[in-house]
Write a protein that binds this ligand. Structure first.
Ligand SMILES: NC(=O)c1ccc[n+]([C@@H]2O[C@H](COP(=O)([O-])OP(=O)(O)OC[C@H]3O[C@@H](n4cnc5c(N)ncnc54)[C@H](O)[C@@H]3O)[C@@H](O)[C@H]2O)c1
Length: 334
């Protein structure tokens, strides 16, 4: 059993960060959050978890948090996440994701933080030549979002070699679903994630769902992705942290996915099944830079930490996303 250390979660008021906060809290870790609330929500931070409203580039605030709470580990989720926006406004991504991660890592080194977990992405691979994708596949991001994340991975590798800090970069595939108890979920208005969009349509918040591309080299012609339930992903973070604590000389880079692909039409069929409805599908052209198929090889994470997914079922992912979407309506309507 690893020793539990105080953890700071950046972006803990956001979608994935708030699930990590719950996973840590549920397992008895001492956890606090820093978030500037640009896309996060105070309601996503569980009661009793301190929320420092501020920016990850604020070195003074970070130094105060580290000292006040004896922080020894950081889980770093804060960032900007919209791929097309990164193409239109690359400097925003190199600022918020890369430069501010640099500032955070700098503060961590100065503050003697020992362990650092970083939200990376399958977008670091670009359009992979071989699927499933292993961690050693070429890293060739095709947009500034993916590049901003890869640059942060590279910084962490160099910093871990020079300072007493180890890190784990987790490369997420398509994150979906919500806390099984509907305590948190994806709340951002105008989100573009397929399952979120489809459950919004099921609840009448949108008229239809766009299917972008029907001529991919896949069994039904629509893009195939590896959907991972956000709570399984959050647990992977806790296990990765335990791994960093147990072996302080070792840093890790691991894919996070189930290793199973579902097409856009598979996902929409699942939403129809779960909701007992027929959501309107609007077939459209491909978006630039969408690979045919993006599936993780997850053998490394399974061999490295005792990660056992509990929600690797598309219908369950959809059910939890739907339950959260209903809860979100209640929260918004007060
Ligand atoms: N959602 C996905 O499918 C996915 C896939 C791969 C990687 N990721 C990565 O996971 C992380 C979390 O993504 P998410 O989907 O939860 O997004 P999100 O927008 O819901 O959460 C990001 C959080 O960070 C906060 N934030 C942003 N910039 C900040 C700053 N400079 N200082 C302090 N707080 C700041 C926001 O207010 C928000 O609460 C991101 O780093 C993202 O790149 C997400």
């Amino acid at each position: 059993m690893s020793k539990k250390v105080p953890v700071l979660v950046t972006g803990g008021a956001g979608y994935i960060g708030s699930h990590a906060v719950l996973a840590l809290k549920d397992a008895g870790w001492d956890v606090c959050v820093i978030d500037n609330l640009t896309t996060g929500f105070t309601f996503a931070v569980p009661e009793g978890v301190p929320l420092y409203q501020g920016d990850i580039e604020d070195g003074e605030l970070l130094a105060r948090i580290f000292a006040e709470r004896g922080i020894q580990a950081i889980m770093h989720f804060a960032g900007s996440i919209i791929v097309p926006e990164s193409v239109e406004n690359p400097l925003k991504y190199y600022h918020n994701n890369t430069a501010k991660s640099r500032a955070l890592i700098d503060a961590a080194v100065k503050g003697g933080v020992k362990h650092f977990i970083f939200s990376s992405t399958a977008a670091t691979y670009g359009i992979p030549e071989v699927s499933p994708v292993t961690e050693d596949s070429p890293k060739q991001p095709i947009n500034p979002y993916g590049m901003s994340k890869l640059m942060t991975e590279i910084m962490l590798k160099d910093v871990a070699a020079a300072h007493p800090l180890n890190f784990c970069a987790l490369r997420y595939f398509n994150v979906a679903g919500a806390d099984p108890q509907a305590r948190t979920g994806q709340s951002t208005a105008g989100a573009t994630h397929l399952i979120k969009v489809a459950v919004e349509a099921a609840l009448g918040k949108r008229e239809s769902v766009g299917v972008f591309g029907t001529d991919f080299d896949t069994p039904d012609g629509t893009g195939v992705r590896d959907y991972i339930h956000v709570s399984d992903l959050a647990n992977a973070h806790v296990l990765a942290l335990e791994g960093l604590i147990d072996q302080p000389e070792r840093s890790l880079t691991m894919n996070c996915g189930y290793g199973t692909g579902f097409s856009v039409l598979d996902v929409l069929d699942a939403v129809d099944r779960v909701t007992n409805m027929k959501i309107t599908r609007v077939l459209q052209g491909r978006r630039a830079g969408d690979p045919d198929s993006l599936i993780s090889d997850n053998s490394r994470i399974k061999a490295t930490v005792p990660w056992v997914p509990h929600y690797a079922d598309l219908d369950v992912i959809v059910q939890h996303a739907l339950a959260w979407e209903r809860r979100l309506t209640e929260i918004r309507e007060g």
